[in-house]
Design a protein around this ligand. Structure first.
Ligand SMILES: *Cc1c(COP(=O)(O)O)cnc(C)c1O
Length: 453
């Protein structure tokens, strides 16, 4: 197999291999890395996935990207180490057994971000140790990324992690998942919004005066997060669809990293009937898909599905690139993408908080399907799609991206009971927290970085 090369969506950076793309995070021209070409999986390989465990499918998919950077036995061991938990596919009876909810919440932080973060941490840890270096991972989180990243890198030699989170937008439990780890993990509460945290991080990466600190990003802008997020689409399709049968996926979206995983799987040969990408009240994407005109939302709206409160999804530049266009990091479009193909492949809709709550209630009452706010946005998007195109009875998989026990108050208020807590979450209450606090002030943040790293 030939090595896969990665280009920058801004078009002004050299092409790099997987190792460089992972270690840099963002390209030097502030673009995002994407593979120059997508390796293909043939039908017999896709068919064989029906009988294979998750870690093995991960290895089969990821080894297409790693020739020349990591040997196959080592990659296999990393996949086995990263993916030891269940990936349940729960059928929903009402839809003739063809609709399923895939619960991506069984990892150590009970969020789908564990899938990406655990694999990326193991790859980066290996690359850094091979080079005899140390690396600081700098990441902004709206709740779940930070805890997944911090957990994934916790106690990995050669790596230090700094997580920024918006103090008022993160639940106590989400906060504790980051602030109780210690060791090589440091956290800062920012008196601002997620977008402010993301802006501080982006500015630090672009600051030449910080170039002596080896920084890398673990946000969804890192291609090392996206590639592992393609794996569960292969896994689900093999278990739910007949061989070669196109499948519907509904992916509740914020920064569009998860949906880009599906896009990558599709480009690698997985037949996808339609990709449904509902968002919360931050509706910049459905508006863009409709009009071709892109306007970021500033500041982003604070919605119930708080990990999706994104007014300018960082992965949009990648989506635009896949459809032949060019969008820079500010959201300016320099070459329009093929909007009609994008509309053919994607369906998007905005789900209000009221509709999210009503969906949590009706999913439980009608199907005994327990959803939290992010998964409810996904399920509502699927129902909206069926309403709009009622003839489509393709097999469907709706992604539930967090564990309902992460939203006990909301579920209790709507359904009258508290979801059972997974052990990984219940242990948190006994641990002591440790974090720093800063205003949204770049110079202060920069001094912090220089002092600590
Ligand atoms: C991050 C997150 C999302 C959104 O995923 P994107 O890749 O940013 O679109 C959805 N649900 C949960 C629970 C998340 O943590």
């Amino acid at each position: 197999m030939k090595p896969v090369v990665f280009y920058s969506t801004n078009g002004h950076a050299p092409e790099v291999d997987l190792r460089a793309a992972l270690l840099q995070g963002q390209a030097p021209d502030r673009g995002l890395y994407l593979p120059c070409s997508f390796p293909q999986l043939d039908a017999p390989t896709l068919g064989s996935f029906a009988r294979r465990p998750y870690a093995e499918i991960a290895f089969e998919v990821l080894r297409r990207f790693t020739p020349g950077t990591i040997d196959e036995p080592s990659l296999r061991a990393l996949c086995d180490d990263a993916y030891g938990f269940d990936v349940p596919l729960e059928p929903v009876a009402r839809f003739g057994g063809r609709a399923h909810v895939m619960r991506l919440d069984r990892g150590p932080t009970a969020s789908f971000k564990d899938f990406a973060a655990r694999m990326m941490a193991r790859l980066i840890g290996r690359f850094v140790r091979e080079a005899g270096q140390t690396l600081t991972i700098l990441t902004a989180t709206s709740g779940d990324t930070g805890s997944a990243v911090a957990n994934a890198f916790h106690r990995i030699d050669g790596i230090r992690v700094l997580v920024l989170f918006p103090i008022a937008e993160v639940s106590a439990r989400q906060r504790k998942q980051m602030t109780t780890l210690r060791d090589n993990i440091r956290t800062i509460a920012i008196d601002g919004k997620f977008d402010d945290c993301q802006a501080l991080v982006k500015r630090a990466f672009a600051d030449p005066e910080l170039s002596q600190i080896p920084l890398s990003s673990a946000n969804s802008i890192n291609i090392g997060r996206l590639l592992p997020q393609s794996v569960y689409y292969f896994y689900a399709a093999a278990r739910v669809a007949r061989p070669g049968e196109p499948i519907l996926f509904a992916v509740p979206s914020g920064n569009f990293g998860n949906m880009m995983g599906a896009m990558i799987a599709g480009r690698m040969g997985l037949p996808i009937r339609r990709l449904i990408v509902p968002v919360n009240g931050n509706n910049e994407f459905p508006l863009f898909l409709g009009s071709g005109d892109y306007r970021r939302i500033e500041p982003s709206l604070n919605c119930l599905s708080n990990a999706m409160n994104v007014g300018h999804p960082s992965n949009l530049a990648r989506l635009v690139a896949v459809y032949g266009g060019e969008m820079d990091e500010t959201g300016a479009i320099h070459r329009p993408p093929d909007m009609s193909s994008m509309r053919r492949d994607l369906f998007s809709t905005s789900v209000s908080d009221d509709a999210t709550r009503a969906t949590i209630r009706s999913a439980w009452e009608e199907h005994r399907l327990l959803l939290e706010p992010h998964g409810a946005v996904g399920w509502r998007g699927f129902l909206d799609f069926r309403g709009a195109e009622s003839t489509d009875d393709s097999p469907a998989v709706v992604l539930e991206t967090a564990h309902p026990a992460k939203f006990p108050d909301e579920i209790e208020a709507l359904l009258g009971f508290s979801p059972e807590m997974p052990a990984s979450l219940s242990a948190l209450d006994t641990l002591a927290e440790d974090y720093d606090r800063l205003a949204v002030e770049y110079e202060q943040f920069k001094r912090y970085l220089i002092t600590h790293y």
